[in-house]
Ligand binder design. Sequence first.
Ligand SMILES: Nc1nc2c(ncn2[C@@H]2O[C@H](COP(=O)(O)OP(=O)(O)O)[C@@H](O)[C@H]2O)c(=O)[nH]1
Ligand SMILES: [Mg+2]
Length: 312
Amino acid sequence: MPIPHRQFIRKAKQRLKDKQGQKRIEEIRKLQQELPCYFTGHYGKVRKWLVSELKKTQTSQKVTHKDWFAVKKEGVVQIAIVGAPNIGKSSLLKALTNVQAKVADYAFTTLKPIPAILNLNGAQIQLIEVPGLIEGTAKGKGSGRAFLSVARNADFIILMHDLSKGKEELKMILKELSSYKIKKPSLIIGNKADLPEAPENLKEIKATFQEYKIVPISIKEGGGLQKVKKEVWNFLKLTRIFPKDKNGKAASSPVILKQGDNIECFVEKIHKDLLKDFKFAKVWGKSTKFAGQKVGLTHILKDKDTVQIVSK
Ligand SMILES: Nc1nc2c(ncn2[C@@H]2O[C@H](COP(=O)(O)OP(=O)(O)O)[C@@H](O)[C@H]2O)c(=O)[nH]1
Ligand SMILES: [Mg+2]
């Protein structure tokens, strides 16, 4: 259950109290994630307040730190792909999206973050290749910091590892990430599984890093990409909701919501104006006891539900 909005505001203010600049931006983004998705009423006001705090902080940030930049958020979530240079990050981006990223057999190929859109089960997911951490640092403090801020601002992290290298290399990178205060990776991709050293290294890595999901792939030979998509979909915790029109015809492309989102979130996504004329909704699918069940705004939806909105 969401906590009452007053308690939320008190907690939010406390958490933002001594935070400035980038730290404040990160905290505001976290709070936005934690906010229950009501767009009206008290929580609607809290939501607006957080947006205005974010804008204020970003404006002052631009004035004081000219070297800071962010990749514009597009799609429903942003995933940063991080790791050492030359492990296949650009290759992965090319394999999953239609972006033209440069792939080359030497470090320093990718010198700035590259965003691309992956369509996953009807959800637009923004992937960002972050230049190899060492590349960033080598290029000078300014852009190195900028890369880190891109990785820190992403909603999720995918860490890529070259399976021709052993567990020490991976340990080092994980330590590096946490020292830069980058989120714990949601997934580790072990690329270059086609190389002769890979099976032995994978075995050792799986035994050492048991708290992580590790997916071996070979972009070169085309293996493992479907598994990557499946794992990404799992950690995103999204739901696909199919709208049904007045005549009972269900749409073929879903509205994408977060797990735990309710009818109000769904209505808001379709059209803000629908909310004031909302009477009830009819739902088919896993969230209901029977087909076509009548529900109100607070009904929580489940993946692949079909929803018909009935207006006043
Ligand atoms: N053997 C092998 N080589 C790969 C694989 N994926 C990428 N590479 C090679 O690794 C090198 C670096 O790739 P790139 O995508 O530019 O890596 P990035 O620096 O991490 O973006 C290139 O020569 C790729 O052809 C793979 O699955 N197996
Ligand atoms: Mg690259």
